[in-house]
Design a protein around this ligand. Structure first.
Ligand code: ZN
Length: 282
């Protein structure tokens, strides 16, 4: 495994976030914002930078999660929509814990586990979620509530957030991330920024990198987070996370009750001595 020595790493470019920076975190699901970037978000806000989070989905396709939360073995579409609404509230609570103001929290409400297909084969045609049964954005608090589930509409909504916020730094999932929603939302972000001539603003993070990463898969706040083998070719920078920032990151994670109930050890394994980011531009 490629190793990064946090003590000896070159000065991380992301630690130089300035007061006039505007950091946009692109989170495929509620909880990703905290896992990838909870430390950096706090650091950016502490120096006076603006931070916004955009959630691509509300995480309404996680059946096992709905099984636990709804106390039923066969969650129906209504249960999954309630789960989505709950995860939206949890994401808001987590973002608040990290210091991100409500008016910088953008929910797009596109279908969990449908992002890759929607962007690929349903770019112009309506996509129907096989989890919730929805074919339009079903959440009242979403940016374009009622918009058809198409790749084009998702692209338009994410572009609208980027146009409005005018980020100087964008943090999105690496193409190597094994969750299809993650890789696809990272690719979409890349496409939008490339079209604007702003690819250098994009830095990648990774959350799903195989069953053996992170190691160990439990709460080890003092251990470094090492780059995963499957994304070893990216130029990772380890951004140190202080004790106070780690504590707050853990508190933010604990707002995501629906997730913590089913996968706490995995989630807590991201509360580490550092976070990892890699530039998208060569
Ligand atoms: Zn995710």
């Amino acid at each position: 495994m490629l190793s990064v020595n946090t003590a000896l790493a070159a000065p991380p470019p992301l630690s130089a976030v300035q007061a006039d920076d505007r950091v946009l975190v692109v989170a495929p699901h509620p909880d990703d914002e905290t896992l990838c970037c909870g430390g950096l978000i706090q650091q950016a806000l502490a120096v006076g930078a603006e931070v916004a989070i955009v959630w691509i989905t509300d995480g309404d396709g996680f059946e096992f999660d709905a099984v636990v939360v709804e106390h039923t073995l066969r969650p129906r579409s209504g249960g999954l929509l309630r789960l989505g609404a709950q995860r939206m509230r949890e994401a808001r609570a987590a973002a608040e814990m990290l210091g991100v103001p409500t008016d910088r929290q953008y929910f797009l409400g596109y279908p969990d586990r449908g992002i890759a297909v929607m962007l690929d084969t349903s770019f112009e045609h309506d996509y129907r979620s096989r989890y919730t049964g929805a074919s339009t954005v079903p959440y009242a608090g979403a940016l374009s509530s009622g918009a058809a589930y198409t790749g084009a509409n998702l692209q338009q909504d994410l572009s609208q957030v980027i146009d409005g916020f005018e980020p100087t730094l964008v943090l999105a999932a690496a193409p190597q991330d094994l969750h299809p929603d993650h890789a696809a939302s990272g690719q979409l972000t890349r496409r939008i920024l490339e079209a604007r001539g702003e690819l250098p603003l994009l830095h990648y993070w990774i959350v799903h990198a195989g069953p053996h990463w992170p190691q160990p898969r439990r709460y080890r706040p003092l251990a470094p987070l090492q780059p995963p083998q499957i994304a070893a070719l990216l130029s990772w920078t380890a951004v140190p996370v202080s004790t106070a920032e780690r504590t707050q990151k853990l508190l933010a994670l604990r707002q995501q009750h629906s997730q913590m109930r089913v996968m706490a050890p995995f989630l807590e394994s991201f509360v580490r001595a550092n976070e990892l980011f890699a530039p998208a531009a060569p």
